[in-house]
Design a protein around this ligand. Structure first.
Ligand SMILES: Nc1ncnc2c1ncn2[C@@H]1O[C@H](COP(=O)(O)OP(=O)(O)OP(=O)(O)O)[C@@H](O)[C@H]1O
Length: 756
């Protein structure tokens, strides 16, 4: 213990030193007087880098060193949350990062396969003090004993699993299990699906995998960022702190509803409406709806355009031909539009030229090419012509198009159109007044953006003009720099001089590029603002919940198909969700994806899992639950009581340390308002929270009260019943009945389960 304490103290001293250095470097950078734009940008980048490394060092402070491996060849490594080098000339490693290859035996070695280890040691600390050691002998022939040999190999793991919940997920670096380690370190290429029942560590594994990949592929991933998709904002808040504690910042956490920059989905759809919006055939439906916006006049009712030189007629033939040519390009709507516009203007010009320049005696047209070009310019500049063209083939934004479509949904059976129809009060051009976008609208907006394409030619032209202006400016600067060479300089250094001046090494164009304000946002920040960003890796948690349309959106963000998808089809709650990985993935990767399974439940005690499985088998007789790693001796209980009394029950059941959740169908929440949560965003750090089964997805609490299970679908109930780490109570609404059965720790008498 003394030796390990010395080591841990040394590691912390070195961490403090590194922190002080990073702080000093940051202050120094901030203090730089930076006048030029370039210098300011460099300063900002420097500050961002130093603060990221400072954040990583700060996050590693708690539980800095948690393990040690002694190899048979006499080499010893200490394993920690981050890698630390000594302050010597060779910068020898002091603490090995848990993700480094050298740390791997700490997670994988067993008595059967010791991987060159003699001993594995878990070091438990509180602050900077070593409080316990647990040793495992790997080499059974080794007779050396330390006195800290663990009798129960899982002692450290069980202590971690039994600890009170805080409302925030913690990292598991000190107790990653071998089956989890193999998934965390699997190669980055391709699609890896991780399937497992509730509490098998899917979320934990997914987050540690993200941290591992950023460590192992820092070069590529730091530039492209990793996207982690979760089911709802409360869940993202719950897992949000795990990654900083793993020292990672190049990560964007988002729900699918947050993946269309500029749109915040605050509305809600009925489950049936979301299911329609999420269906794969919505892609074809929207494509048809876009074609509907490419119109032609009625055959016998051409559009009449007033023009200085007389009326012009935009008729059916002309529009059909122009539309055909524009569609033939295969370009999205807005990008094909210039082809349509060009064709119509050309035809109208011919129409006008034929009329003006016609020879009454049947000879050739009087007008020469220059005259005709002049006429064309006049037509192209006519507001009336443009209005007529726009009425046939309007430029469309995804928001404007989808808003219009949802007001009058076409290409769907009437009852489905009715489900998703929106009766908005007004569309202002950028937002709805009245009805908000929903999470299920976001994949449709993304689809619309693809179908419409962005006509950015105006923006590109503006960017080019700006670039030209900067080149001209830079040229001026270089000329001044050349002209102001001192004679002394010229005397001493002829043309072969090795001393370089600005004008020698940089031309105007390059200098202009440097003048441009460099984008010094992190990759994750830039990715969040860019709909077309291609992420280096995408992790999807609760992947079974995503609709087919959401998958289309995600696949666009991952052209390399480097993805980790974790989920459990048995927990699918969303009607739009898929229940077969093959079905989800086949359109994108065929059968080129890997499946890994996790089979041990680290969260739910055996007693609760047994109860949940029994309920589950009512609808799914062949159901096989994951194996619980621990049991608490406390069986779940059922009670019938008026809803108004649930708040009192919750107060009595709330553990002194830790959290309790009341999970009830949404429609009962008003009656359960006594739980005092208010209307604000869900705050999981409160000792008691009231949530519905969908919100409960992915979360866990020490104690859970499930209210009115009869109203929940089989999958929702299964999710609700598997959220507790210690105790589970099930409340049926009713007048209450005399209780009979086992006695609880709170003294309440609880009826035992039918069939128990
Ligand atoms: N190796 C481990 N060491 C310590 N704790 C672990 C380990 N693996 C998982 N856990 C813990 O088990 C609990 C369940 O893990 P997690 O939430 O990742 O499971 P899940 O499979 O995503 O569950 P669900 O499908 O129900 O959302 C968490 O508290 C997690 O920290």
């Amino acid at each position: 213990m003394r030796q390990e304490q010395q080591f841990v103290s040394l590691a912390h001293e070195r961490l403090d030193q590194l922190r002080a250095e990073a702080e000093a470097a940051m202050l120094f950078t901030i203090a730089q007087v930076s006048t030029g734009l370039q210098a300011r940008v460099e300063r900002d980048v420097g500050v961002a880098e130093h603060s990221a490394s400072l954040a990583a060092l700060n996050a590693a402070d708690s539980g800095l060193c948690f393990g040690r491996i002694d190899r048979r060849d006499g080499v010893t490594h200490h394993i920690g949350r981050t890698g630390i080098r000594r302050d010597d000339l060779e910068r020898t490693p002091l603490l090995i990062d848990w993700r480094a290859p050298a740390a791997r035996p700490f997670y994988l070695a067993t008595g059967y396969e010791p991987m060159g280890l003699r001993r594995r040691r878990h070091i438990t600390t509180q602050g900077r003090t070593v409080t316990a050691l647990h040793d495992e002998i790997m080499d059974l022939a080794d007779t050396n004993r330390t006195g800290y040999e663990s009798h129960d190999a899982d002692e450290v793991l069980l202590a971690a699993l039994n600890s009170a919940r805080t409302g925030r997920m913690g990292d598991i670096v000190s107790t990653i299990q071998a089956e989890q380690d193999r998934i965390i370190r699997a190669p980055r290429r391709g699609v890896l699906v991780v399937e497992g029942g509730p509490g098998t560590g899917k979320t934990a594994v997914a987050l540690h995998r993200a941290a591992y990949l950023l460590y192992a592929n820092r070069e590529q991933l730091a530039k492209r960022a990793v996207l982690i998709v979760g089911p709802n904002p409360a869940f993202l808040g719950y897992i949000g702190e795990v990654l900083p504690s793993l020292g990672e910042t190049g990560v964007l956490l988002a729900t699918v509803g947050e993946l269309f920059p500029g749109v915040t989905a605050t509305g809600t759809d009925s489950p049936a409406a979301a299911a329609v919006k999420g269906r794969a055939d919505m892609a074809g439906v929207l494509a048809e709806a876009v074609r509907d916006r490419q119109e032609v006049p009625e055959k016998d009712a051409p559009i009449v355009i007033r023009h200085d030189d007389g009326e012009l007629l935009l008729d059916w033939d002309m529009a059909v031909e122009a539309r055909h040519k524009a569609r033939e390009t295969g370009l999205p709507h807005n990008l094909a539009r210039p082809h349509f516009v060009f064709r119509i203007i050309d035809d109208l010009t011919t129409q006008l030229a034929d009329r003006i320049g016609a020879d009454p005696y049947g000879g050739p047209n009087f007008l020469g090419p220059d005259d005709i070009a002049q006429l064309g310019k006049g037509i192209a500049a006519s507001a009336e012509v443009h209005a007529a063209i726009a009425s046939l083939w309007p430029p469309l934004t995804p928001q404007g198009f989808l808003a219009g479509y949802l007001e009058d949904p076409t290409h769907l059976p009437e009852h489905e159109a009715e489900l998703i129809r929106r009766t908005a009060t007004a569309w202002t051009g950028t937002a709805w007044t009245g009805t908000a976008w929903t999470a299920a609208d976001v994949p449709l907006l993304d689809e619309a953006a693809e179908l419409l394409g962005e006509d950015d030619s105006a923006a590109l032209a503006a960017a080019e003009a700006e670039q030209a202006r900067q080149i001209a400016y830079a040229q001026g600067v270089l000329d001044v720099s050349y002209a102001s060479r001192t004679y002394e300089f010229e005397d001493k250094h002829d043309d072969d001089s090795e001393v370089l001046a600005a004008h020698d090494i940089i031309d105007a164009e390059r200098m202009a590029e440097r003048q441009e304000e460099a984008d010094h946002r992190s990759a994750a920040e830039r990715a969040a603002a860019d709909r077309t960003w291609a992420f280096g890796h995408i992790v999807v948690d609760e992947a079974q919940e995503l609709s087919a349309m959401a998958w289309r959106l995600l696949m666009r963000r991952s052209p390399t198909r480097s993805m980790t998808l974790v989920g459990d089809p048995a927990q699918t709650g969303d009607l739009a969700g898929c229940d077969s990985w093959q079905e989800i993935l086949a359109p994108y990767v065929g059968d080129r994806w890997e499946l890994a399974r996790l089979g041990v439940n680290y969260r739910t005690p055996a007693e609760i899992m047994e109860y949940a499985s029994r309920r589950r088998r009512i609808t799914d007789p062949a159901f096989e639950p994951p194996r619980s790693i621990r049991s608490t001796g406390v069986r779940p209980w059922e009670l019938t009581m008026p809803l108004g009394e649930v708040a009192r029950l919750a107060a009595a059941e709330t553990p002194d340390e830790g959290r309790l959740a009341v999970i009830a169908p949404r429609e009962l929440h008003a009656e359960l308002a006594g739980l005092g949560q208010g209307d604000g965003p869900l705050d999981l750090s409160r000792p008691v929270v009231l949530i519905d089964p969908r919100q409960a997805k992915g979360l866990e609490f020490d104690t859970v009260l499930v209210v009115d299970p009869g109203r929940m679908s089989a999958n929702d109930l299964y999710v609700a019943l598997t959220r507790a780490t210690q105790r589970l109570g099930v409340v049926h609404p009713g007048r209450g009945r005399p209780a009979a059965g086992s006695s609880s720790s709170t003294g309440r008498v609880r009826p035992s389960l039918p069939g128990d």
